[in-house]
Design a protein around this ligand. Structure first.
Ligand SMILES: *[C@@H]1O[C@H](CO)[C@@H](O)[C@H](O)[C@H]1NC(C)=O
Length: 213
């Protein structure tokens, strides 16, 4: 009987250690929290294209601290539940948005998504799908996605996300799900310093980290 109780208390002791560990976890998780960025853009838009010159290097430098959702839709509109899409820069832009949706959806690797999108947006003829995919380390078999309902579904999803913010300017950059005009204007001028400002303000940099200095 005595033995059984000691086994039981030993068990409870181990349990409470285990419990303490579990309770500690949220604190550790908070330190790895990231700044969430939603980028609303469209494939043939010169301002979106310009922004890619900032996005590439900033993402590369800050990828441990930011989390980005790329939404290629902009001022497009669907009709008949995706039977037709109308895009600001014409049908070629719709194709570009759809293709980018498909490539973005083909990988959970955000660094690869960004690499592909930046590369393709900055390609002189806006094409180079294969070159950009291989540069990003992606397999490009997105033909099925582009020509099927999957592509339509992804563009309808992009439309839903975009509508949440009803952007008046493309690209629109949203931080942590809340649009702010001042942050938008700063981001267009200097994305890096805006990201630094927010990382510091929201305490998302480990103490002693000098990335923003
Ligand atoms: C691709 O899209 C589908 C449908 O929305 C989703 O369930 C899946 O998680 C996406 N995959 C990636 C890698 O984003």
């Amino acid at each position: 009987m005595f033995k059984l109780t000691s086994v039981l208390s030993l068990f409870l002791l181990i349990q409470s250690f285990g419990w303490a560990k579990i309770q500690d976890e949220p604190r550790e998780k908070r330190q790895t929290e990231k700044l969430h960025i939603t980028l609303l853009y469209e494939s043939l838009c010169p301002d979106s294209r310009n922004f890619m010159h900032q996005l590439g290097p900033v993402y590369e430098e800050f990828q441990n601290y930011i989390d980005i959702l790329l939404v290629p839709f902009g001022k497009s509109k669907s009709e008949g539940n995706g039977a037709i899409f109308h895009c600001q820069h014409g049908p070629a832009e719709c194709q570009g948005n759809r293709l980018q949706s498909c490539v973005i959806n083909s990988t959970g690797n955000q660094a690869a998504q960004v690499k592909f999108v930046v590369c393709q947006m900055l390609a002189p003829d806006y094409s180079r799908v294969d070159e950009c995919a291989s540069e990003a380390g992606l397999v490009t078999d997105v033909d099925h996605c582009v020509t099927s309902e999957t592509g339509t579904k992804l563009q309808l999803q992009a439309e839903l996300v975009t509508k949440r913010y009803s952007p008046s300017f493309v690209p629109t950059i949203v931080y942590n799900g809340v649009f702010n005009q001042q942050l938008q204007d700063h981001s267009i001028r200097d994305f890096r310093s805006t990201v630094c400002h927010l990382l510091r303000q929201q305490n998302l940099l480990p103490s002693g980290n000098s990335i923003c200095q």
